[in-house]
Design a protein around this ligand. Sequence first.
Ligand code: HEC
Length: 110
Amino acid sequence: MKKVLTLSALVATSFLLSRCATTGPVAKSDASPKEMVAEAKKNYTAAQMEQGKTIWQSHCQKCHKLYTPESHSVTTWNNVLPRMTKRAHLDDNEAGMVRAYLIANATDMG
Ligand code: HEC
């Protein structure tokens, strides 16, 4: 019984940890697309978004074409970006600026 409890505690912990790891520092998975966009616009200046755009242009077309902000919905960006910014070896700050740029300019509010 004790073993089972320890095991489920471990499973729960790793589930929580992996949730954090995939959601990233700025993403809030329970926020609506509208809230995510509002938060990005509140937390990032125009200059930071511009920097995000520059990083996106230089890092996000190494493996595939450059997907424009309009190419995916806010929700899809939010889900895809943690994986992609990791692939592009961006640090948290860079990843945050790229995310802010992309979701603030996404036209599909889904
Ligand atoms: C090291 C290679 C690599 C880099 C760098 C990379 N990607 Fe990707 N990307 C992939 C691969 C492989 C897929 C397809 C498999 C998947 O979705 O994981 C993909 C899929 C995607 C998709 C989904 C396309 C679709 O509609 O099916 C988007 C959007 C995307 N990448 C955006 C980005 C952005 C933005 C960046 C920069 C932060 C980036 N990628 C950097 C390899 C990369």
